[in-house]
Design a protein around this ligand. Structure first.
Ligand code: ATP
Length: 305
C-alpha cells in the first residue's frame, strides 16, 4: 500500500449560510436576504488545505446517506483526497446552519449527524491507512473515544500525531493528550484545558509549559494575528504571523493545521514548517470563505517568490 503524507481523521459539515436582517421569534416566519452553501467541518478543511499544497492526503470520515454526503465525496475527490476511509452513515450529513446578521454577528448551530457515527470500530476497518502515513491529524468534532483509539493505534505503529483540540472540550482525558507529538490549541482551548488564564503572552507561555511538563512533546498555541507559540522541553519561541490586512479569518485555524501538517510531512523542521504555515494562513485570511480561501502550492510560490 502506498504511504500517505497526511492522514486526517475527523469531521465534515455542510455550512448553510443564511444572511438575515433579524432572527424570527417563536412562531414567526421572516424572509431572509440571501443563502449560500459551503463545504466545512474541521477535519475536511484541514485535509483540503494539506491536499491543495500537494500532500497525498487520506481522510477517515463519515458522510450522511443523503445528497450532502454525495456532494462532500465529490468535493474530497476534486481536492485529490483519498476517500477509501470515508464511509456513509445512517444519520444525515453533518450540517451547520449559520445565521449572519447585517452587523456580521454569527449564530451557529452544529448538527453532528453522521460525524457521530465515526466510532472507534470504524478505525479498525482502516488500519492500513493508519499504519501507512507520515502524520495523523485529529480534531474534536467526532467522538472523543475515537480520538483516544486513534492515539493508541498511532503509538502502536509509531506514527506521529497532531491533535487540534477544537472545539474545546473540558472532558478531554489528559492521559491521552500527553502521548501526542503535537498539541495545537488556540488561547481559549488552552485555558479550558489547563484551567489557567491565557490573556497575556506570559500566561499563554506558562499554560503551554504546564502541558509540556505533563509530557506533551510540542505545544503549538495559535494566537491569531500574533502568530504561534511553540513550547517544548528545550524551547519556547514565538513565530510571528505574517502582517496582512485580514478580510475574513474564518477557517484560519484549520488552514494553519492543514498546512503545518503538509510542511512537516514533507520533512521540514518544526520552525520551518511553522513559518511556512504562517505564510499559508496569511493568504487565507485575505480572502473570503473557508475552503475556497485556501491557496494551492503554486499560488503560495507566486506570492512569496
Ligand atoms: P478559527 O477558530 O477562527 O479558525 P483559531 O482561533 O483556531 O481560528 P487563530 O489563532 O485565529 O486560530 O489562527 C491560526 C493561525 O493563523 C495563527 O497562529 C496565525 O499564524 C494565523 N493568523 C490568524 N489570523 C491572522 C491574521 N489576522 N493575520 C495573519 N495571520 C493570521
Amino acid at each position: 500500500m502506498k504511504k500517505s503524507d497526511v492522514l486526517v481523521i475527523g469531521s465534515n459539515m455542510i455550512d448553510l449560510m443564511t444572511y438575515i436582517n433579524r432572527m424570527p421569534v417563536a412562531g414567526e416566519t421572516v424572509e431572509a436576504e440571501d443563502f449560500s452553501m459551503g463545504f466545512g467541518g474541521k477535519g475536511a478543511n484541514q485535509a483540503v488545505a494539506a491536499a491543495r499544497l500537494g500532500s497525498q492526503v487520506s481522510f477517515i470520515s463519515m458522510v450522511g446517506n443523503d445528497s450532502f454526503g454525495k456532494q462532500q465525496l465529490g468535493n474530497f475527490k476534486a481536492a485529490n483526497i483519498d476517500v477509501t476511509g470515508v464511509g456513509v452513515g445512517r444519520k444525515s450529513s453533518g450540517a451547520a446552519p449559520i445565521f449572519v446578521d447585517p452587523t456580521a454577528d454569527n449564530r451557529i448551530l452544529i448538527v453532528k449527524g453522521a460525524n457521530s457515527e465515526l466510532t472507534p470500530a470504524v478505525l479498525d476497518e482502516h488500519l492500513d491507512l493508519i499504519r501507512n502515513t507520515k502524520l495523523i491529524v485529529l480534531q474534536q468534532e467526532i467522538p472523543l473515544e475515537t480520538n483516544y483509539h486513534a492515539i493508541d493505534l498511532a503509538k502502536q505503529y509509531g506514527v506521529p500525531i497532531l491533535l487540534n483540540p477544537a472545539p474545546a472540550n473540558s472532558h478531554l482525558d489528559m492521559e491521552h493528550v500527553r502521548r501526542v507529538d503535537f498539541f495545537s490549541p488556540n488561547e481559549t482551548e488552552l485555558a479550558t484545558l489547563t484551567g489557567l488564564p491565557t490573556t497575556s503572552m506570559d500566561e499563554i507561555s506558562r499554560a503551554a509549559q504546564r502541558l509540556v511538563d505533563m509530557g506533551v512533546k510540542n505545544v503549538l498555541v495559535t494566537i491569531g494575528s500574533r502568530g504561534v507559540l511553540w513550547v517544548s522541553a528545550t524551547t519556547s519561541q514565538l513565530i510571528d504571523a505574517v502582517k496582512v490586512e485580514a478580510v475574513d479569518t474564518t477557517g484560519a485555524g484549520d488552514s494553519f493545521i492543514g498546512s503545518f501538517a503538509h510542511y512537516f510531512a514533507q520533512g521540514e523542521t518544526i520552525p520551518q514548517a511553522l513559518r511556512h504555515a504562517n505564510e499559508y494562513v496569511a493568504i487565507t485570511v485575505t480572502r473570503r470563505g473557508t475552503q475556497k480561501s485556501y491557496p494551492t502550492a503554486k499560488e503560495v510560490v507566486e506570492m512569496y517568490q
